[in-house]
Design a protein around this ligand. Structure first.
Ligand code: SF4
Length: 207
């Protein structure tokens, strides 16, 4: 299989074993089943009109964090039952996310990811490097780009446009595909800054 490479990632040289992050929260209940950490990665080529997180498009280094530091951070909060990868495009950083997922699953956490790619594309020879490995670690995948023309405004929808699909790879989650995706959460951090998340995966940072 020939996996495609992202020229932006090569140029920016994210160190092996590190992720370039846009944001992070603990204990979210609006970004997947149960209570979970959420990682928003930095960088997306897609530029969907109406994207909820346009600040995530740039591939410039924003916040580098090692996989091991993230494992420590996520597992140090016992309320985190799992982790959700959002963005940005998680699959452009698939090798490091696959390693993170593997380490968290070994500790009993579950893993879910959003992606702007379709599952078929991620299973093809044109998938970003590491996609197969990351897919093998996921319990749930929500795939497809956000299409404003097919926007879903239903309060109990788990997708933001009707072309997107929920793939439940782990049957244990078949009955858990409902969360308050129309709700927002405000997380106040130790330094006083705030992260507002929820409503179909959007993320705002404010002081
Ligand atoms: S794939 Fe997601 S993060 Fe990327 S532009 Fe589209 S909506 Fe935004």
């Amino acid at each position: 299989m020939t996996a495609s490479k992202n020229p932006y990632l090569e140029l920016l040289e994210i160190p092996p074993g590190y992720l370039n992050l846009m944001g992070y929260v603990d204990e979210s209940e609006v970004n997947g089943p149960g209570c979970r950490a959420v990682i928003w990665v930095q960088g997306c080529l897609r530029e969907c009109p109406g994207c909820f997180n346009p600040d995530s498009w740039s591939f410039e280094i924003n916040q580098l964090m090692s996989v091991d530091a993230l494992v420590e951070k996520i597992t140090s909060n016992p309320r985190n039952e799992g982790v959700t990868f959002s963005g940005g495009e998680p699959f452009w950083q698939a090798p490091a996310l696959a390693n993170l997922a593997r380490k968290l699953k070994a500790k009993g956490l579950n893993v879910m990811s959003f992606t702007g790619f379709t599952l078929e594309r991620l299973q093809s020879e044109y998938a970003p490097a590491g996609s197969e490995d990351l897919l093998s670690q996921l319990d749930i995948l929500i795939d497809g780009p956000y299409l404003q023309s097919q926007a879903v405004n239903s309060p109990d929808s788990t997708v933001s446009s009707s072309n997107q699909r929920v793939h439940v790879f782990n049957p244990a989650f078949k009955d858990q595909i409902s969360w308050a995706s129309d709700q927002t959460e405000i997380h106040v951090l130790k330094d006083g800054s705030r992260i507002v998340t929820g409503y179909l995966g959007q993320l705002f940072l404010s002081d």
